[in-house]
Write a protein that binds this ligand. Structure first.
Ligand SMILES: *Cc1c(COP(=O)(O)O)cnc(C)c1O
Length: 224
């Protein structure tokens, strides 16, 4: 008989693994935050992670958050929720209300809509700029060549509190050049946060400077 590990067990072993990788890569202990990607997961599974002490979560669809999170947040007020999927301008109001960090800022029209909503609501989440490091035509994210100017516009023209960058490297490619590129762009723009690395490649991401890794299947098992 093989017992499937529980969410709490996976969390514990993953946290240990992150510590080992931090030590091996000369990263400061505790400098890498673990985000549990709870997209498609039922409230029960998320609650299990919360009870095990996990506080940082990511959802990729704005519509999914209101179904799970108001209830969970009322019981775990210090939970932190990030949006890690594409944001349509017509969902900006919900997103600003529901998320602590919006990681997928990637075009001027969205920046305008976000700045407008932050003014209106008097509430500002923190923001990250998504970079399309592989310049894939179908993928969201600002192109690397346009990133510096875009970041400046977010910060200076619109006053958005941009704290870092995120990327999703092209599927089936070596991730390290993409992580290295993201780290370079963040460094030259003075941004501290790097959201990069998923279940399959988080060790590389930590080696290359990730401050937040986004793990779904490693914690919750395969999505159905
Ligand atoms: C689903 C998702 C993840 C987690 O992927 P896993 O391979 O399950 O760890 C991370 N980041 C984003 C943007 C995602 O959509």
């Amino acid at each position: 008989m093989v017992n499937t590990p529980t969410v709490a067990e996976r969390l514990a072993s993953t946290r240990e693994e992150i510590s080992r990788i931090e030590r091996r890569s000369g990263r400061e202990p505790g400098s890498v935050r673990l985000m549990c990607v709870s997209k498609t997961q039922p409230s029960d599974a998320v609650q299990e992670a919360l009870i095990a002490g996990q506080r940082l979560f990511g959802e990729n669809r704005v519509q999914e958050a209101p179904k799970k999170w108001p209830e969970l947040r009322s019981r775990f007020p210090d939970a932190e929720l990030h949006l890690i999927g594409p944001l349509q301008t017509n969902k900006v109001r919900d997103a600003v209300e529901l998320f602590d960090v919006i990681e997928t800022v990637d075009r001027l029209r969205l920046v305008e809509a976000l700045a407008h909503e932050v003014q209106r609501a008097g509430r500002a989440p923190r923001f990250m700029v998504e970079v399309n490091t592989g310049a894939e035509p179908q993928k969201a994210g600002i192109l690397p060549a346009e990133a510096d100017q875009f970041i400046r516009i977010c910060l200076e023209t619109y006053g958005l509190p941009v704290v870092g960058l995120m990327c999703i490297p092209p599927a089936g490619e070596q991730a390290s050049p993409h992580f290295a590129l993201l780290a370079q762009i963040a460094k030259r723009n003075g941004l501290a946060e790097l959201s990069m690395g998923m279940s399959a490649d988080y060790e590389l991401a930590i080696q290359l400077g990730a401050t937040c890794i986004r793990l779904g299947t490693a914690i919750f098992g395969a999505r159905t």
